[in-house]
Design a protein around this ligand. Sequence first.
Ligand code: TYD
Length: 205
Amino acid sequence: MFIVFEGIDGAGKTTQINLLADRLRALGLDTYVTAEPTGMPTGRDIRRVLSGELQKTPTQVAAMFVQDRIDHNVDPEHGIEGKLAAGKAVICDRYYYSSLAYQGSLTDFDWVMAANCTCPEIRRPDLCIFLDLSPEESMKRITKGRTSTEIYEKAETLAKFRARYLDVFEKLRARGEKIEIIDASGTIEQGAEKIAAVIEKHFGV
Ligand code: TYD
C-alpha cells in the first residue's frame, strides 16, 4: 500500500497523514511515513534552493526533484521500494504530483511529466489523496496579522497551484492513476472520516 498525500498550504496534510498512520497501525499494519523533499543529500540541496540560499533554474530544480525522488524510491535504507518489499504500508507527504503542479508551471510541463511518470525508478503510487481547500480558507488557516494585499496575492498564487493540481489529476487519471479529491474544509475529524472511507474503498481496510 503506497499512498501519497498532496494539497496546497494549510490543507492539513501533516495532521491527516499522522491520523491515518495511527489508524493503520491500530489495524495492525506496519506503517512507514515519509516526505519529499527527503532528508537525503539531494533533498537537503532542494531545501537550500527553496530557502533562496542556492540559485538554480526551474529546470535544474525539476531535475533535482527527480533525482531526490529516485533516491527516495531506491535508497537501501530509506527507500520506498525496500519498505514496501518488507511488507510496510507507505504514506508519503508530496510526490510527483507536486513536481507536475509546481515545476510543471515553471518549466516545460511535458518534460517534467515524462521525467517523473516514465522513469523506471519512480514507482506509481496505489492512491493519491488530494486534500482540497479553497485558497481563501487556506489563507484563513495560515495567516496571522498580515496586510490584506499580501493575503490577496498569496491567495491568488494558491488558486493558481490548486488549478494546476486539478489539471494534472485529469491528465494522470487518463493514464490510469487513482486519485481521490477530499474536501478538507471541515473539521480534522470530518477530514479523517472521509480519508478512512476512501482507504476502505480502495484497500478494504
Ligand atoms: P515543505 O516544507 O514540505 O512544505 P509543505 O509543508 O507545504 O509540504 O516543502 C515542500 C515545498 O517543496 C513545497 O513548497 C512544495 C515544494 N515541492 C515542489 O515544488 N516540487 C516537488 O516535487 C515537491 C515534492 C515539493
